[in-house]
Design a protein around this ligand. Sequence first.
Ligand code: FES
Ligand SMILES: [Fe+2]
Length: 340
Amino acid sequence: MSYSIFNRTDVVAEGWYWLLAAKELKRGQVRAVNILGHELAVFRGKDGKVAALDAYCPHMGAHLAEGRVEGNQLRCFFHNWRFDAAGQCTDIPCLANKLQKRVQTRAWVLEERNGLIWIWLGSEAPVCTAPEAPELAGADYEYSLGNRFIKHCHPNVVMVNAIDEQHFHTVHRLPGSILSMQPQPRDARNIEFHNTGTVPRERFIGRCIARFYKHALTYNLSYWFGSAGTVTLGPDFLHLYLMFALRLTPDGRTEGRTVVFTRRRKGLFGWLFNRVVLSLTKIAGYYFAVGDTRIFQTIRFNLKTPIAADRAVLAFIHHLEQQTPYALNQAVPAGARKAA
Ligand code: FES
Ligand SMILES: [Fe+2]
């Protein structure tokens, strides 16, 4: 089966993709980051704002991450040309005239949110904000960055795993009726999956766990751009929120980060309680991150024989296929753009 976006290595869905953990880029620092095979110089100015420029200097191609941050601008190491956060050249030391005004390199749109720096990959300006936990939208919450991980398959295939109802029974040994994932598209870029299955009450342990769930066992997911998702799980009185942000590596694998969230609670007890909740959520995130490693090492995803239990997977693929494609070769090298 061939697709126009799903599981491809030359096209992704237009959207926000994580670049760096915010704490990995202090004021005055510049870092080289490769996003989908395209090299960038990402820096944080004195004002604390982050900026990303095409990595290769429009003068002679030096990597701008070899340079230094000056105020809120970036100076190339090689011949000391300087660029502002919008990619405009603002100084060419050996020239007294205003030639630098004609030199421009590409600047990318970034957003810093929930401990991550995100980049917008799209032909137009961003049409939405970076992903969030839906139940926490507009709420006062805390977050903590979890682990960084590599998976040996495409990010879309990693996303599929968390909504693959059958494998929870076969690989993770969950009882039969506990998961039934129902897809609910929210808008063109966001689709949710809600579990409607309940905890089986035949055994004593099941009856104990079922007390914590008025209706279905909470396992809900919200997916954006086929490569970022939030999982909501836990008993009715305490929901845990876990985000996994994924991106494609140049060699077709997945590089991901997790972020965990909880509502802000007051006082010292609330602060301590939240440390425990965030740690518990990280353990759950670890389970998601390391689970199925064996599958991810060797899979060549090809859903040739879908059955009814694959409906969430099919809905995800269908929703992703409707999104705006962003061709990776749209990332034109800086040297090919307007230059002196
Ligand atoms: S290569 Fe950057 S200033 Fe010359
Ligand atoms: Fe799994």
